[in-house]
Design a protein around this ligand. Structure first.
Ligand code: GRF
Length: 218
């Protein structure tokens, strides 16, 4: 008998490759989450077509149609509630969220960031990592807090920075790992295995199931 799956919405603004990795993982019979909605703030987001093909409900809420952030988010919130969403995954969703919206989804909203937080918050992470000459870079899945690219860390993956790297080459290496850790993190949060304790997220079953991946890992 299957346990009830957690109802998840994925918020995107563009390509949607992380969304695809979550949708694919959620097809697994024993995966604890189901993707019930893919929502974009841009009608032209490429990811929407993929979600439709998979028979997942999609919605577009264009932020430009609203005079302020909260008015936009109130419509977003209504859509999420309409679909009975229990957990939100931000996946390349390029809108800054207000404290009001974040509070609605406290410990129920995840984000993926292309850097090893708390290093390199914000944009252009790969360019900045290369400019600084760091030898290790990576990706982080974290709970969303009102402060941008902060919040308790659920999973991370590290990759080496190579001498030959360009920002695009490094981005591609990191993205491959993003597609591994986001499904892992969502599974742990949706199943209830991940528990927030202050700034730390403890995973039931550790250390046999570590939430950190070192490239190249199996
Ligand atoms: C990813 O690198 C993600 O970490 C960042 O935005 C990018 C989105 O890519 N937040 P995609 O739309 O998931 O392909």
């Amino acid at each position: 008998m299957n346990a009830k799956k957690t109802r998840v919405a994925i918020l995107i603004s563009g390509r949607g490759s992380n969304m695809r990795s979550l949708v694919d993982a959620a097809r697994g019979k024993n995966y604890p989450a189901e993707i019930v909605l893919v929502l974009s703030n841009k009608a032209e987001a490429e990811g929407l077509a993929f979600a439709k093909e998979r028979g997942i409900a999609t919605a577009v809420v264009d932020h430009k149609a609203f005079s302020d952030r909260e008015a936009f988010e109130r419509v977003l919130q209504a859509k999420l509630l309409e679909h009975g969403v229990e957990l939100v995954c931000l996946a390349g969703f390029m809108r800054v969220l207000t404290a009001w919206f974040v509070e609605q989804w406290r410990e129920k909203m995840l984000n993926i960031h292309p850097a090893l937080l708390p290093s390199y918050r914000g944009l252009h992470t790969h360019e900045r990592a290369l400019a600084d000459g760091v030898k290790i870079h990576g990706a982080t899945v974290h709970f969303v807090s009102p402060e941008m690219d902060a919040g308790p860390i659920v999973a991370q993956a590290a990759v080496p920075v190579l001498d030959s790297d360009t920002p695009d080459a490094l981005a591609a290496r990191v993205l491959e790992q993003e597609h591994r850790i986001y499904p892992l993190a969502l599974s742990r949060v949706a199943s209830g295995a991940a528990r927030v304790e202050g700034f730390r997220v403890r995973i039931a079953g550790e250390p046999s199931a570590p939430a950190a991946l070192i490239w190249p890992a199996n």
